[in-house]
Design a protein around this ligand. Structure first.
Ligand code: GTP
Ligand code: MG
Length: 376
């Protein structure tokens, strides 16, 4: 009897301990799950904070964020993809299309295209009207930069204007890059000497920026080369997408840098090399258009000058007029405020022709490129 009691209490003891073990294990598992959940939440929070940070560095004007083609009614991911493939990245580009053009270019049905265009018209930022007086106020802020050649300055009504895009086009060796270098140096001059006392962003697509040449031109106008080079911010663009990203970078950097001149030398070389053939023409023009629009925006916001260079395409079959034509066609032409056509002349002289200007007569100026830079 006593033996049975002992066995019973033994059994009870083990059962109790076993149950305690199971309970502890259970509590332990629950605690572990809780810790795991907390760790996961923390990791997620850190990741989202990082994402926010990254987003913050990409989105430059968060408050200016606009609707995109993905927000159009009736446009799902597949249609958005088709639109993008056809080069329609922007609502405004869609808003100005006709249904059959859009249907053809983006390979969509005409009814769908028509609906998309309607939506884009409602959502696109078409822009507004301002009074003529307001515009006159803004025009009063326009400053003019000397080129170093009195004849060239006179052709441009006193120099290269801010709030404008100036396109300089011409064949190789006609002096486009030299003008870019000279304007970069002159931008640093004080206003009494025809400068802007500002800084420069230089997007170099052909690897033709030469600091030595800048130093030479700086000394010739009595500036310290190292001060000048310090205020010229140069980036080499490796392809057209990179070139466009660099404009975003300028947007960010110009919050702390007093930008007065932006140079893109050359504007078109990457676009021309990457978008080859008739089929790519629409996409190329749309991208160039967007690129120029962003540059124009910068010139307006900072009261700065934008200088873009463009090569000419040989058109030997032309019977009348000049046998050359600027790359980028009418898009670049219309987006630029002034267009200067350069050609080489006898004795190392250059002839600049003002081709397109909103308020100046067409005309020509002769200048030379000397060791000191641009001169009459
Ligand atoms: P591409 O970029 O090839 O289309 O030509 P571009 O229009 O940019 O020509 P660029 O401005 O590079 O002009 C080159 C010409 O400028 C040369 O052929 C020289 O005549 C002149 N040049 C360049 N550097 C000097 C220099 O240090 N001294 C002098 N005297 N002339 C220079
Ligand atoms: Mg050049």
């Amino acid at each position: 009897m006593k033996n049975k009691d002992t066995a019973d209490s033994f059994c009870l003891y083990y059962t109790f301990n076993y149950a305690k073990g199971v309970l502890l294990l259970f509590i332990y598992r629950i605690a572990l799950r809780d810790i795991e959940r907390k760790v996961r939440e923390m990791a997620k929070k850190i990741a989202s904070e990082k994402l926010d940070e990254e987003d913050g560095s990409i989105v430059i004007d968060a408050d200016e964020e606009q609707a995109t083609i993905d927000d159009l009614p009736g446009v799902g991911p597949a249609t958005a993809e088709k639109l993008r493939e056809a080069g329609f990245e922007e609502l405004l580009a869609i808003a100005v299309m006709s249904p059959n053009e859009l249907a053809e270019q983006a390979e969509l049905g005409e009814a769908v295209s028509s609906k998309i265009i309607q939506g884009a018209k409602k959502m696109a930022n078409i822009g507004g009207f301002v009074s003529g007086n307001k515009l006159l106020e803004r025009r009063k802020e326009v400053q003019k930069l000397t080129s170093g050649s009195a004849a060239l300055d006179e052709l441009l009504g006193g120099g290269f204007e801010t709030q404008a895009i100036v396109e300089v086009y011409g064949e190789f060796g006609s002096g486009k890059t030299q003008i870019g270098h000279q304007l970069a140096v002159n931008t640093i001059l004080p206003s009494e000497q025809g400068g802007f006392d500002g800084e420069i962003f230089y997007i170099d697509t052909e690897d033709t920026f030469r600091p030595e040449r800048i130093a030479q031109m700086a000394e010739a106008v009595g500036l310290d080369p190292s001060v000048v080079l310090d205020r010229i911010h140069v980036a080499r663009a490796y392809n057209s997408a990179h070139q466009m990203l660099l404009v975003d970078e300028i947007k960010k950097l110009s919050k702390n840098i007093d930008v007065k001149l932006i140079i893109v030398d050359s504007l078109t070389s990457h676009f021309r090399a990457e978008y080859v053939g008739r089929g790519m023409l629409a996409t190329r023009q749309q991208k160039l258009n967007r690129h120029l629009k962003e540059l124009k925006q910068l010139s307006d916001v900072h009261n700065a000058l934008v200088l873009v260079t463009n090569q000419v395409m040989s058109k030997p079959d032309a019977m009348w007029g000049d046998p050359t034509k600027a790359i980028g066609g009418h898009i670049v032409g219309h987006a630029s405020t002034f267009r200067l056509y350069l050609r080489k002349s006898k004795g190392g002289r250059r002839i600049a022709r003002l081709v397109d200007s909103p308020n100046l007569p067409e005309g020509e100026a002769v200048f030379t490129v000397t060791a000191e830079g641009l001169r009459d």
